[in-house]
Design a protein around this ligand. Structure first.
Ligand code: DX5
Ligand code: ZN
Length: 226
């Protein structure tokens, strides 16, 4: 469990792509803490989403933290572009390249917070050697590539192990995939302090609808802190 307030990070993968600027504004007004940006290349994951140009065009629409989840391989050649586009956190996958330490150092050298993500099949030991080089660890609770998938419950244990590994370090612990009002308390009880949610947030359309879904997730997260 974590004492710090749990942050809600809606993934715009589930938003209406024809009106992304308004969607980002609406979900911010509805109380979202961060905006989660899922970048997919059709190679590391079997889907294609959007790149730095779209992120740059969204930047003026909110002051919320841009939390960029790169599901691309290689990632290194594109880190600078995502930094320039206005991302605050840039997360790479441990499985996406042979030189994870270099990727994380590059992100920090660009003045951004460095994140590392693990697929469900990847053990936590894959990042033990870089724990001093990250600001965020993202545990995938679905196989990355698509929104709307079912939460993989075996990852709750991994979240708890990650919280233990983090110890007193100032590292955010984020969970992504299948996060709903049912699964959010489990993630928070295990130690997560950032919850990504796509389909659970972007139900309906507009500020009022999103305020309800974001608040419901926040209440569910609070249940995990008791
Ligand atoms: C999956 C993405 C997630 C996804 C979450 O590859 O990384 O951020 O959009 O969507 P939901 O919340 O619908 O599982
Ligand atoms: Zn994501």
């Amino acid at each position: 469990m974590t004492d710090s307030p749990v942050l809600i990070a809606p993934s715009i993968l589930a938003a209406n792509f024809a009106r992304l600027g308004e969607e980002v504004r609406d979900v911010t007004e509805a109380g979202a803490d961060w905006i989660h940006l899922d970048v997919m290349d059709g190679h590391f994951v079997p889907n294609i989403s959007f790149g730095p140009a779209v992120i740059q065009s969204l930047r003026p629409h909110t002051e919320a933290v841009f939390d960029c989840h790169l599901m691309i391989a290689p990632a290194d050649p594109y880190l600078e572009a995502f930094a320039k586009a206005g991302c605050d956190y840039i997360t790479v996958h441990a499985e996406a390249g042979p030189h994870l330490h270099r990727s994380l150092q590059t992100i920090r050298a660009l003045g951004k917070k460095a994140g590392v993500s693990l697929n469900p099949a990847t053990p936590l030991s894959a990042i033990e050697q870089v724990i001093g080089d990250v600001d965020l660890i993202l545990i995938m609770s679905v196989n990355p590539g698509f929104g709307g998938q079912k939460f993989i419950h075996s990852q709750v244990d991994k979240i708890a192990q990650t919280r233990a590994l983090i110890g007193e370090r100032p590292i955010r612990l984020e969970v992504d995939g299948g996060v709903t009002v049912e699964t959010a308390p489990l993630c928070v009880a295990a130690g997560a302090d950032v919850l990504v949610a796509g389909s659970a947030v972007f139900k309906g359309e507009g500020v009022d609808a999103y305020r309800e879904t974001v608040s419901a997730l926040r209440r569910a997260a609070a249940r995990g802190q008791i």
